[in-house]
Design a protein around this ligand. Structure first.
Ligand SMILES: [Fe+2]
Length: 416
């Protein structure tokens, strides 16, 4: 993770201190923020060490200054930020040596506090990639090889009616919003075997999907009209062919990849056009990880083993989603593929607490976001690290957001 944080900030100072979009922080802010968070939680809270630089806490408190205002903060410059995070990391290793991971503190138990800062840094690595994509600067992001796609196969898989255990009580690094585990009874439904691909999405556009109000919610239609949205973010049409800009390069849109950079409103409109709907969060999670035969949930769709390169596209192996059908070995018990990795997937659900939720270790992690403002995203993208992805993991964002690496798949209720 640290190698990723450093790699994404291996650029000219100008690029690091500049704000590339009001939606994002300057890259160097993210870099020192991950170190400051690590200092707060591991050194101070878990290790009882006195603050190294208390005067910078306010600068790096994400709740004190919204992203759009961060360029005006007196944040550390690139060289100083690197020195600071290195100093923190050196002391973290001392704390790791003397903290009792079996002790009574819930912050220490099973290394939760280390899981907290590790996942936090990985999440910021993904945020930094989104910033680099918005910057339009070529040559900063590593590319890599992915397995080939696999055409054919059924469009949908069937999930029979029945109870499943949603969320977790046992995964040690799970966040408060994934807890407690709850039995949920669902009617039967069909869910797309794969995320919606660029070819299908282009067909929606060509069919006038963006111009037909019937497919859109009133809020979605208003947003689409006001912003003049006619295609996914970073797409342009050139001589009858769709192109996309990806990390500073323009290329034809690969029709066999999952669509990414669409808002919840676009995903929802597409689903209606296709005669379907977005899955609820519960439907998504059941299709992803419930093993009906064993009567238990899997950590990943394929089981408990770590996501190797033949199972899922995670951790920035390449700077894009893999072609559709690239991971037959990563299929879920119900046969759904590419649920983990490639693109985050919008669900129809608001980000809400599970029954019995208890805030831990602080309210600003999840609780302050609950309500009817944010939609839930599931599954992690190609840019997400395996440590911060699992069947139960919940992400959330505003329905208008498109800079994140997000796509979707559709579902439909079983006919009765
Ligand atoms: Fe953060």
């Amino acid at each position: 993770m640290r190698d990723r944080s450093l790699a994404y900030t291996e650029a000219e100072d100008d690029l690091l201190v500049k704000q590339h979009s009001p939606l994002m922080s300057p890259l160097v802010w993210d870099l020192a923020h991950v170190g400051n968070y690590e200092e707060l939680w591991v050194l101070r809270e878990a290790g009882g060490i006195t603050p190294l630089r208390p005067e910078i806490d306010d600068i790096y408190d994400a709740f004190k200054t919204p992203r759009k205002d961060r360029p005006s903060l007196p944040f550390l410059g690139p060289a100083e930020a690197r020195r600071y995070i290195e100093g923190v990391r050196g002391r973290v290793l001392d704390v790791l040596d003397r903290v009792d991971l079996e002790g009574p503190s819930p912050l220490h138990r099973d290394g939760f506090v280390f899981g907290l800062v590790i996942q936090h840094e990985h999440q910021h690595d993904e945020t930094m990639l989104a910033t680099l994509q918005l910057s339009g600067q070529p040559g900063l992001v590593r590319e890599g090889e992915l397995p080939p796609g696999r055409p054919g196969g059924p469009d949908e898989v069937h999930v029979p009616a029945g109870r499943f255990l949603m969320g977790t009580d046992t995964l040690p690094w799970a966040y408060d919003n994934e807890r407690p585990a709850t039995w949920v009874d669902l009617p039967g439904y069909w869910i797309d075997r794969l995320p919606v691909g660029n070819a299908a999405y282009a067909a929606f556009i060509e069919d006038g999907g963006y111009d037909d109000q019937r497919f859109w919610t009133p809020e979605g239609w208003q947003w689409r009209q006001r912003k003049g949205i006619t295609a996914p973010l970073f797409w342009t049409k050139d001589g009858g062919t769709w192109h996309r800009s990806r990390f500073g390069r323009t290329e034809p849109v690969p029709m066999d990849e999952p669509v990414q950079h669409v808002s919840w409103y676009e995903a929802d409109a597409y689903a209606r056009w296709a005669g379907k709907r977005l899955p609820t969060e519960a439907e998504w999670e059941k299709a992803c990880g419930w093993d009906q035969v064993a009567g238990r949930a899997r950590r990943y769709p394929w089981g408990e083993s770590d996501p190797g390169p033949s199972l899922a596209n995670l951790g920035h192996r390449a700077a894009r989603p893999a072609p559709l059908g690239a991971y037959p070995g990563g299929a879920s018990p119900y046969g759904a593929e590419q649920m983990v990795g490639d693109v985050w997937e919008w669900t129809s659900s608001w980000f809400q607490a599970y029954p019995g939720f208890r805030s831990f270790p602080y309210k600003e992690y999840s609780e302050v976001f609950f309500g009817e403002e944010y939609r839930v995203l599931r599954g992690g993208s190609w840019a997400a690290d395996p440590a911060a992805v699992r069947t139960t993991f919940r992400n959330w964002d505003y329905p208008i957001r498109r800079q994140i690496f997000t796509g979707f798949r559709c579902a439909r209720s079983e006919l009765v």
